[in-house]
Design a protein around this ligand. Structure first.
Ligand SMILES: [Ca+2]
Ligand SMILES: [Ca+2]
Length: 216
């Protein structure tokens, strides 16, 4: 019983969390994604009515204008942001003391630099929150989010091995002569020039890319 109580106490200490979620989880360089700051308020609940936090990220991540998340909206909250530091609350009297349910507090559109590669880490700092009595603060535990931008394969890299070479030409040839089915879209599509047919022009186009005469 003692062990159980200690376990529950330990869980309780970690119960209030601010979380980071990225959608898609591994955005490609040059693409946009949505970063969500969520709240997990499990038992024993803090019944948080407000939360304040800030984000920071690497230079390859550009943050857009934050917006209210579903949990904040459902509780009738507002967000007040100064750069990447945001307060989810309601500062207009009469104060809105509705607890915020578990869910998304704020979303940030983010743009990943075209030059991004390798693991990238976005950190979140909690400045705490308030419960309905306003007398006691709520301490949120936080964890950074690390993601690796997806590797964008050249459309000429038909076998997806990361390089454009004669092996890819061969795959296009096999599709052009009908040995293999002509694939029009997706990774491995032999119709690399997008004209709707697999023919001699496609392996020729890959050859031009290998020679550096057109961009890969
Ligand atoms: Ca290849
Ligand atoms: Ca074609």
């Amino acid at each position: 019983m003692k062990t159980l109580l200690l376990s529950l106490f330990a869980l309780g200490c970690q119960a209030q969390q601010l979380t980071l979620t990225l959608t898609p989880s591994n955005p490609a360089p040059g693409s946009t994604a949505t970063l969500a700051v969520g709240m997990v308020d499990s038992s024993p609940s803090s019944s948080a009515v407000a939360a304040e936090f800030s984000l920071s990220g690497p230079a390859v991540v550009a943050f857009g204008t934050p917006a209210l998340g579903a949990a904040s909206t459902a509780a009738g909250k507002q967000i007040y942001c100064n750069g990447l530091k945001c307060l989810v609350s309601d500062t207009a009297a009469p104060f809105n003391l509705t607890p915020i349910a578990n869910g998304v507090l704020v979303t940030y559109p983010i743009t990943i630099s075209a030059s991004a590669s390798g693991p990238q880490t976005i950190t979140i700092t909690s400045f705490g929150g308030a419960n309905s009595t306003s007398a006691s603060t709520v301490n949120f535990s936080v964890s950074p989010l690390t993601f690796t931008p997806a590797v964008v394969l050249s459309k000429y890299d038909l076998n997806g091995d990361g390089v454009v070479d004669v092996k890819d030409v061969l795959i296009a040839v096999l599709q052009a002569i009908g040995t293999n089915p002509c694939q029009l879209t997706g990774q491995g599509a032999g119709d690399v020039n997008g004209d709707g047919v697999c023919d001699a022009r496609d392996p020729t186009t890959i050859g031009l890319a290998i020679l550096g005469l057109i961009a890969k």
